[in-house]
Design a protein around this ligand. Structure first.
Ligand code: SF4
Length: 254
């Protein structure tokens, strides 16, 4: 079998992305935004141009984009373009670049590596086993990530502790033992509601797929909409066991 079609009901509006902006929520988000900007400023003070923002264009990443812009912080951003991203993600990329007058550095997989993988395994082989899925992520994400981080001393991500059980111990600042860099996760303690409250309060552009119950968006063939009550990362590599559902970008050594 070389293709896998997600079995999900027709997408419906996701109420989580339109929280009621109460005064209490606005205040909580403003405080967290100030704290996040302190982490971002500290990263620039300590590492200068040696810090880079891994912007995957998720809801958290558009919040960080806006925070960086508002604080006039000189932090360059990059996007890993796997070649299998949804059209909506490219639309958002263009929208963000126009809104914030920035250009993201796009890192593509090595053409020869993709050609070799597809020739040997097939165009959608990642659906066949965890090993083949990880091999695809290695070619399309991890190798380009290593190039994007080469020569850097620190990186910034939009990870949140509440996103999954594998991220529950996340700190706002931590050591990345895989890339041997400092890793800043300024939104580590934010809730999904707070992320969306910030987006609404500041009218930040976001991926249209979020309107169709895609809380977490990656490559098209490896992402589906979630159903009511499902975990927010249930739509990523949905055919796999929950314990394997990381692509390796944020691997931790134990
Ligand atoms: S998420 Fe899917 S398509 Fe994207 S790199 Fe990983 S296995 Fe390949």
């Amino acid at each position: 079998m070389n293709t896998l079609t997600p079995l999900t009901p027709a997408p419906v509006a996701n109420p989580a992305i339109r929280p009621e902006l109460s005064d209490a929520l606005r205040t909580a988000v403003a405080e967290k935004a100030a704290a996040a900007q302190q982490h971002l400023s500290a990263a620039v003070r300590e590492f200068g141009s040696g810090v880079v923002f891994a912007n995957s264009l998720g809801a958290e990443d558009v919040v960080l984009t806006d925070l960086i812009h508002r604080a006039h912080l000189p932090i360059a951003a990059f996007l890993l373009d796997t070649g299998r991203l949804p059209a909506e993600t490219y639309t958002l990329l263009a929208e963000l670049e126009a809104r914030y007058h920035v250009r993201l550095a796009l890192y593509f997989p090595a053409a020869a590596s993709v050609e070799a993988y597809v020739r040997e395994h097939g165009i959608n082989a990642f659906h066949e086993s965890v090993e083949l899925r990880k091999a695809c992520c290695q070619v399309r994400k991890l190798e380009p990530l290593a190039r994007a981080l080469d020569g850097k001393r620190a990186w910034i991500t939009g990870l949140r502790a509440a996103q999954s059980s594998t991220r529950s111990a996340l700190a706002a600042r931590e050591h990345d033992p895989v890339h041997h860099l400092v890793k800043f996760n300024p939104l580590a303690e934010w809730s999904e509601t707070e992320v969306w409250a910030y987006i609404r309060a500041h009218d930040v552009p976001y991926n249209a797929l979020h309107e169709q119950r895609y809380p977490s968006i990656g490559c098209t063939p490896c992402t589906r909409a979630i159903t009511r009550g499902e975990d927010i990362r249930a739509g990523r590599w949905w055919w796999e066991d929950a314990t394997t559902k990381e692509c390796g970008l944020h691997a931790r050594k134990n």
